[in-house]
Design a protein. Structure first.
Length: 94
């Protein structure tokens, strides 16, 4: 799976390590889409029995240009629910 902002490593015990590539990552629309894709991939792979979410360096922030572009309440709501929806899927898989 090709992701711009994340990397997935699956170890020999079937644990997925979802790594946030923080060197160039801002939390924006692309990050949210990559995160959703990664979570869906992990959930749908029945061989994966667990997930660890890490970062290669805790150095990522929200993209202010992206935040300012959310100029309506519906856009803000849509983007918040995309990210929280992916996290909610993780809470309910097991």
């Amino acid at each position: 799976m090709q992701l711009d902002n994340l990397k997935i490593n699956i170890d020999d015990q079937s644990i997925a390590n979802l790594i946030i590539n923080s060197k160039n990552t801002l939390i924006n629309k692309q990050f949210i889409e990559d995160f959703k894709k990664a979570i869906d991939y992990i959930i749908n792979d029945k061989n994966i029995i667990g997930i660890i979410i890490t970062s290669d360096d805790y150095n990522y922030n929200y993209d202010l240009n992206f935040l300012y572009s959310l100029n309506t309440s519906s856009l803000i709501f849509e983007n918040i629910t995309k990210l929280s929806g992916a996290l909610r899927k993780l809470e309910n898989i097991g």
